[in-house]
Design a binder for this molecule. Structure first.
Ligand code: F0G
Length: 350
């Protein structure tokens, strides 16, 4: 059967107003890839799957929530959408707004957004404003301006974003036949963990698919939910989750508690190490933030803090490696140059 996007497939399960007018790039339906090599590397004895959300149309999971938020905005007669973003939300909002014929404005923290994300937002025609401050400052600003003017806010404070992002949990259950034992994922502004938990709970009530325990992972330099207080100057190489005051922090903590899971922090070194390991062992290249969930999982398993024997684990990898190529190339010496001669090539590679 032809695929028509998330609102077509799961719309009846999403709490969206009747005025919603679907705007889709055929997002979702992302693969759940078995990661046998990585599971073995972590000690083995369990099943590990990667939900590769970097394969969405704009390269991140944000497209799931954005199809819902922009469809609602369009149906309501909005003409402009706005968001604050560490980059992925910006690119997604810009793409869906373009498709809907809406104007998009995105606020990004100055100098802290990866090249592939900024390029995306510009290519899709967004008006990009850099804020001389953090993501949290930018989010406060867009919340204020969207209250004062008729501009539709499409950050995950917007409830329709959460509705759309629930579909990832539905897909996982549809593929596996039930919820996994554990779900691990990166946590930034905490919209995604909130959505997954809502989605799993809804599916369980409807289809008795069971509930996973949730392991949310923040970057150590931006870990307000682990520390128990806001972080004024968050710092991490995982720029996507460089957030000190998560808008849905309370709900993230609730998801962890209700699921008998937890929220932990991974260091930048652990995150970059996992990014490399995943690419080299499985051929799956994700941006740094997207490796945080797996980095946290590996640390917990390695320290025997998490019992995984015979368990089924799903790790959500939220964005594609192509979003942030500099992080890889800047640490590499540039590739060797040879003259166009067979003997020179033989000398270089054999
Ligand atoms: N992974 C990636 C690649 C992200 O871009 C984000 C958030 C997250 C994880 C965390 O998800 O915020 O729902 O907890 N990026 C937002 C943005 C903040 O502006 O693109 P969350």
């Amino acid at each position: 059967m032809a695929y028509h996007g998330l609102l077509h497939k799961y719309g009846s399960l999403l709490d969206l107003p009747t005025h919603t007018r679907p705007v889709s790039l055929l997002e979702g339906d992302t693969p759940l890839i078995p990661a046998l090599n990585l599971a073995r590397e972590m000690g083995g004895g369990f099943e590990l799957f990667i939900k590769f959300e970097g394969l969405n149309p704009t390269g991140s999971f944000k497209d799931r929530g954005m199809t819902a938020a922009v469809s609602e905005a369009l149906g309501r007669g909005a003409t402009t959408v706005i968001c604050a973003s560490t980059g992925n939300t910006a690119a997604s909002a810009a793409a869906y707004a373009a498709r809907a014929g809406l104007k998009s404005i995105v606020l990004i923290p100055q100098g802290k957004v990866a090249a592939g994300k900024l390029a995306g937002a510009l290519a899709y025609g967004a008006q990009v404003i850099q804020v001389d401050g953090s993501f949290d400052d930018a989010l406060s600003l867009v919340a204020l301006i969207s209250e004062k003017h008729s501009i539709c806010l499409v950050n995950s404070i917007n409830p329709y974003r959460i509705e759309g992002q629930k579909t990832a949990a539905f897909e996982i259950c549809d593929t596996l036949g039930s919820a996994p034992d554990w779900l691990c994922l990166p946590v930034g502004n905490a919209g995604n963990i909130t959505s997954y938990w809502a989605g799993f709970k809804q599916y369980d009530e409807l289809k008795s698919t069971g509930l996973p325990r949730v392991l949310g992972v923040q970057a150590a330099g931006a870990a307000p939910l682990v520390l128990g207080h806001p972080v004024d100057r968050p710092e991490t190489v995982a720029t996507a989750i460089c957030i000190g005051r998560p808008a849905r922090g309370e709900q993230a903590l609730q998801a962890a508690e209700e699921s008998r899971g937890r929220i932990i922090a991974a260091t930048d070194e652990q995150i970059l190490d996992m990014q490399r390991t995943l690419a080299r062992l499985e051929g799956i290249w994700v941006e740094p933030a997207s490796a945080a969930g797996l980095a946290g999982l590996a640390a917990e398993v390695g320290a025997a803090r998490l019992e995984v024997r015979a368990k089924r684990i799903v790790a959500v990898c939220t964005g594609h490696g192509l979003k942030d190529p500099d992080i890889v190339t800047r640490e590499m010496s540039s590739p060797k140059i040879v003259p166009p001669k067979l003997d020179a090539l033989e000398e270089a590679i054999l």
